[in-house]
Write a protein that binds this ligand. Structure first.
Ligand SMILES: *[C@@H]1O[C@H](CO)[C@@H](O)[C@H](O)[C@H]1NC(C)=O
Length: 322
């Protein structure tokens, strides 16, 4: 029932409805990615972009728009983690901590809970400069309620927390040690959608102003060329926020994100289908940037055709809008 002309929609959603979503900014060179993560090497302002596949492929560029050039793999011999999938590493997450570049990654196989999160480090990010440290102690099997994939780290005033998780019981968090190399506590749930297959994964936490924003991907990620999901069931990007990094996340309507809450940030529009696998980067040139992978329906629906997309974020409503 319509109670007001705005249907009680949250400001961010209203803005998206009125203005539509921006198309991704341009990309040239190597633009096929899955689960991208970004960082700028401060010594020479080179952009590094890591992604799923090929034992963590990575590319460099002088600008976010490219041209992106392939460098190679972070761990060409795979991970030392003794699990199926250890030569097909997923969902990297890059950070710069005390002079060292950290790339967290996941070892798993599709649809399996036999998973673990690993860590590789390098002082330069140059090819063949990476050291594998194996598991950070965040692991799962069918005995656990969660799935230990899709890592993302946040530094909260010098204390590190790792977010992770996919389907099963959705998004979890664990406190890390002071070097961010190992879990130092037990894991707890920070987002859960009780409906259907509770398809939440690929979280990324970002601090802006007074809030910690928990972004995640909702829906079916992959295989669109063989099995197109029902409309609205494909990947889209949602967000929740809290003044605490460790819980009480709510969406723009105030619904708890441990109870199905989540405000849509980006979803299928125009040529863009199923955007997800996102992260947020505080870019030295563009400010806050949302980056993700999407299917361009004019190019193709196969997983190995997903494109790198990015947009600057407008925070003026207190919620991220692209
Ligand atoms: C999708 O691909 C077509 C064909 O290459 C291109 O013209 C169009 O700009 C692309 N759209 C997006 C949103 O990437």
């Amino acid at each position: 029932m319509m109670h007001s002309r705005h249907l009680g929609l949250p400001a961010a959603l209203l803005t998206a409805l009125v203005h539509g979503y921006a198309d991704p900014e341009s990309c040239s060179g190597e633009c096929v990615v899955y689960d991208p993560t970004l960082i700028v090497r401060s010594s020479d302002n080179t952009y590094f972009r890591f992604s799923t596949g090929n034992e963590i492929s990575y590319c460099t560029a002088t600008d976010l728009s490219g041209p992106w050039t392939a460098v190679g793999s972070v761990l060409p011999d795979g991970s030392s983690i003794d699990l199926a999938g250890n030569t097909d590493l997923w969902a990297p997450d890059v950070h710069y901590i005390d002079g060292t570049y950290y790339v967290y990654y996941a070892v798993s196989t599709f649809g399996s809970q036999d998973s673990a999160i690993g860590l590789a480090t390098s002082d330069t990010m140059d090819l063949d400069s990476w050291t594998d440290h194996g598991s950070v102690g965040v692991e799962s099997s069918s005995a656990k309620i969660y799935n230990a994939i899709d890592p993302s780290l946040i530094d909260v005033d010098g204390t590190y927390y790792l977010q992770f998780g996919s389907f099963w019981d959705d998004i979890y968090q664990v406190r890390m040690n002071s070097e961010a190399t190992a879990a130092s506590g037990s894991s707890y749930n920070i987002a859960y959608d009780p409906s259907g297959t509770h398809p939440e994964e690929g979280s990324y936490m970002y601090q802006y102003g007074d809030y910690y924003y928990l972004f995640y991907s909702w829906g079916i990620c992959c295989g669109y060329d063989t099995d197109l999901p029902a409309s609205g069931q494909e990947y889209h990007i949602k967000v929740c926020r809290s003044t605490s990094a460790t819980g009480d996340f709510v969406d723009a309507d105030g619904t708890a994100c441990t109870d199905g809450g989540g405000t849509i940030v980006l979803e299928s529009h125009g040529d863009v289908y199923g955007p997800g696998g996102q992260g947020v980067y505080d870019d030295p040139t563009y400010g806050s940037v949302l980056y993700y992978a999407y299917t361009n329906i004019s190019i193709g629906y196969a997983d190995d055709e997903k494109q790198f997309g990015w947009n600057t974020i407008d925070w003026s409503t207190g919620w991220p809008v692209v």
